[in-house]
Design a protein around this ligand. Structure first.
Ligand code: NAD
Length: 480
């Protein structure tokens, strides 16, 4: 069985203590590879390699760092098919989605920051004729980059690309549930000529390998994407150590549909924002709020189209929803569907596990599920489910829609459907979330700030925000 290896100091190596964990193919429910069960000994080696490599990498001209990263992006494009297949097998997502979204975004992330660094500039401030101040940006040091399982290579590269472009070196850890593309990526780093130690990838469990990265004294800055509970734990560990921290956490995003919307676009895009990647995207609009006069028409059409979505083998092109990432996650999603019923919700579509035949007979499949009849405060409407489950509620006024949108502890993203320009501006200003999409969803421009308010996180990724996160800022004041 294939053994995934750590990537430390430029080499692919087994974990120090020789222990491995099972890695499942969620569409089959079978172990298909092994992943290093790394611990603090592996993290110590990775951090030492990163610290050592920092001396050279941090002072290399941006042009040279950029050239290596661009080569890496080209290699991802070259291996698009193999990486998309690996991502689909590891995560359960349709291979068509990995081919269209995950892998192209991974190379785009690297290309974006590899070129952005060539255009970065700092400020000067003159104090009349008396003094001039200039600002210096210098890479902080070793960055810890920890990513989740839902968009594995996409989110891993979203962190390490700005870190490396800015001149930091990295100890990274992908999710233990989806380690494969990061392993393939480490081989591409070697092929691209990334110097030893600049990027180190340690595989393993969050509480063990992940925690060791957060605690390591030589890891000065931490970029984390994952659940809010984990984010809190990381903040508790990192705060007394005064480590710089970026947290991209969970969401319970509202999708607000006004009666004056473009109905066809609102329904078809809402279907995507509900069920893309099996609903396992932090930006999915899991709470659909519809103006009362449109409610019945919207629900009828949305339910009809939900029932027509194909749940199936992720490797078949006709599949729209593949497998959930793990048996544990499937159980969690099913338990929320049961809870919704207990809380008085009515299931209009889906609600059950899907049993496929043949190769995927043991896979973790759940029907796309639509639930109505719940109030805003019930647990189903307050807690992140992170699966193919949406609730639909009605509202009467704009004020009510805003209040409902803001009625959870989260504030990651919100979607808004209206043809009324003034309303779009008013509601966008009032909804407390870091990202607002008006008449679209997941329309990404990598220059824009990305991140959440409230319990959805701290800090912003993307554009200059991401590059600035990985540098120390120093002001030099010269008296004239
Ligand atoms: P998770 O928090 O369980 O794990 C994320 C990563 O953290 C994994 O690599 C895990 O091994 C590691 N980890 C766990 N405990 C750790 C610890 N104590 N110290 C250090 N690392 C630790 O999240 P998940 O289940 O992999 O991902 C799903 C969650 O991620 C959802 O809540 C989703 O909303 C969120 N997410 C957020 C964004 C965003 O941009 N805001 C994007 C994608 C996913």
């Amino acid at each position: 069985m294939e053994k995934i290896l750590n990537y430390i100091n430029g080499e692919l190596v087994a974990p120090a203590r020789g222990n491995f964990l099972d890695n499942y193919n969620p569409a089959e429910g079978k172990v298909y590879s092994l992943i290093p069960d790394s611990d603090e000994a592996d993290v110590a080696k990775a951090a030492a390699a990163a610290k050592n490599a920092f001396a050279q990498w941090s002072v290399r001209p941006a042009q040279e760092r950029s050239a290596i990263l661009l080569k890496l992006a080209d290699l991802i494009d070259r291996d698009l098919e193999a990486l998309a297949l690996a991502e689909s097998i590891d995560n359960g997502k349709p291979v068509s989605l990995a081919r269209r979204l995950d892998i192209p975004r991974a190379s785009a992330n690297i290309r974006f920051f590899a070129t952005a660094i060539l255009h970065s500039a700092t400020e000067t401030h003159s104090t009349d004729a008396e003094a001039i101040n200039y600002t210096v940006h210098s890479p902080i040091g070793v960055a810890g980059c920890i990513s989740p399982w839902n968009l594995p290579l996409y989110l891993f590269t979203w962190k390490i690309a700005p870190a490396l472009a800015a001149g930091c070196t990295v100890v990274g850890k992908p999710s233990e549930l989806t380690p494969m593309t990061a392993f393939l990526f480490s081989k591409l780093c070697i092929a691209a000529g990334l110097p030893a130690g600049v990027l180190n990838i340690v595989h393993g469990l969050g509480a063990k390998a992940g925690q060791a990265i957060i605690e390591h004294p030589d890891v000065a800055v931490i970029s984390f994407t994952g659940g809010t509970v984990t984010g809190r734990k990381i903040a508790e560990t990192a705060a007394p150590l005064f480590k710089k921290l970026s947290l991209e956490l969970g969401g319970k995003n509202p999708n607000i549909v006004f009666a004056d919307c473009d109905f066809e676009k609102a329904v078809s895009t809402s279907l995507q924002s509900s069920f893309s990647n099996q609903g396992e995207i932090c930006l999915c609009g899991s709470r659909i709020l519809v103006e009362r006069s449109l409610y019945e028409k919207f629900v009828d059409e949305f339910v009809k189209r939900t029932k027509a979505l194909t749940v199936g083998d992720p490797l078949e092109d006709k599949t729209v929803l593949g497998a959930l990432v793990s048996e544990g996650h499937k159980q969690k999603v099913l338990s929320y569907i049961a809870l919704a019923q207990h809380e008085g919700g009515k299931i209009l579509a889906g609600g059950r596990e899907v049993k496929l035949s043949g190769r995927c007979a043991g896979g973790y499949f759940v029907e796309p599920t639509v639930i109505v009849g719940l109030d805003q405060q019930c647990r189903t409407n307050q807690e992140e489910i992170f699966g193919p489950v949406v609730t639909i509620m009605s509202f009467d006024t704009e004020e009510e829609a805003i209040a409902y949108a803001n009625a959870t502890p989260y504030g990651l993203s919100a979607t808004l459907w209206t043809e009324n320009l003034k309303r779009a501006h008013r509601v966008s200003a009032a909804v407390k979330s870091g990202i607002l999409w008006v008449n679209c969803w997941l329309f990404r421009d990598l220059r824009t700030p990305f991140g959440g308010m409230k319990q959805s996180g701290m800090g912003r990724e993307g554009g200059w925000d991401a590059l600035k996160f990985f540098v120390e800022v120093k002001n030099v004041c010269i008296k004239l």
